[in-house]
Design a protein around this ligand. Structure first.
Ligand SMILES: Nc1ncnc2c1ncn2[C@@H]1O[C@H](COP(=O)(O)OP(=O)(O)OP(=O)(O)O)[C@@H](O)[C@H]1O
Ligand SMILES: O=C(O)C1=C[C@@H](O)[C@@H](O)[C@H](O)C1
Ligand SMILES: [Mg+2]
Length: 167
């Protein structure tokens, strides 16, 4: 089975659904945000604060390129589509886009302080979501509107869409 990449904005459920999907299929799960934490020994917030977003994007690019080509579910960071070279690299992969409205995302992340861009009062997150929409759609093999769906239903949809024929 070729590796599946899960993309979408912060709070769209990439980590939650990716973990559940991998567990259901009994295959490995990796999360690019976690790989960056392991690689640097730092929290994402610390990387943004001490090295800046561009340095974070370089780490993100590097870990993305080293993800296994087969038998794995990869949850990406919400900003993975910011770089054109990442979009080009993902374009011929199996990519599931988890879509969620601004209202749902804001509701899901209302207490969250761990995501530096989300916590940054100077950033317009709604405009960021709008600017990324076309980038997610550009590389998605399959798009799921997650609005009214539980994580388990989303996992079921991904499995039925892909049929996981292990080629
Ligand atoms: N389908 C869903 N319905 C309701 N809540 C959800 C759903 N999917 C995820 N959530 C909740 O939204 C929050 C964010 O989910 P998660 O961490 O999986 O997002 P993410 O896409 O990985 O975000 P990031 O890009 O920042 O890593 C969690 O509290 C999770 O339980
Ligand atoms: O949307 C983004 O740019 C981000 C999403 C998170 O997954 C992390 O990768 C980081 O907080 C940046
Ligand atoms: Mg995540």
């Amino acid at each position: 089975m070729k590796t599946f990449y899960i993309i979408g904005f912060m709070g769209s459920g990439k980590t939650t659904i990716g973990m559940a999907l991998a567990r259901t299929l009994s295959i490995d799960f990796v999360d690019t945000d976690e790989l960056i934490k392991i690689k640097t020994g730092k929290d994402i917030k610390d990387i943004f604060a001490s090295e800046g977003e561009q340095a974070f994007r370089e780490y993100e690019r590097d870990v993305l390129l080293h993800t296994p080509a087969r038998h794995c579910i990869v949850a990406t960071g919400g900003g993975i589509v910011e770089r054109m070279d990442n979009r080009q690299w993902l374009a011929d992969k199996r990519v599931v886009y988890l879509q969620a409205s601004w209202e749902s995302i804001a509701q899901r992340l209302k207490e969250d302080q761990s995501r530096p861009i989300w916590a940054d009062q100077t950033r317009d997150k709604q405009a960021l979501l709008e600017s990324r929409l076309s980038k997610y759609l550009e590389i998605a093999s399959y798009t799921i509107n997650t609005e009214q769906l539980s994580p388990q239903k989303i996992v079921d949809q991904i499995i039925s869409f892909s049929s996981f024929n292990y080629e």
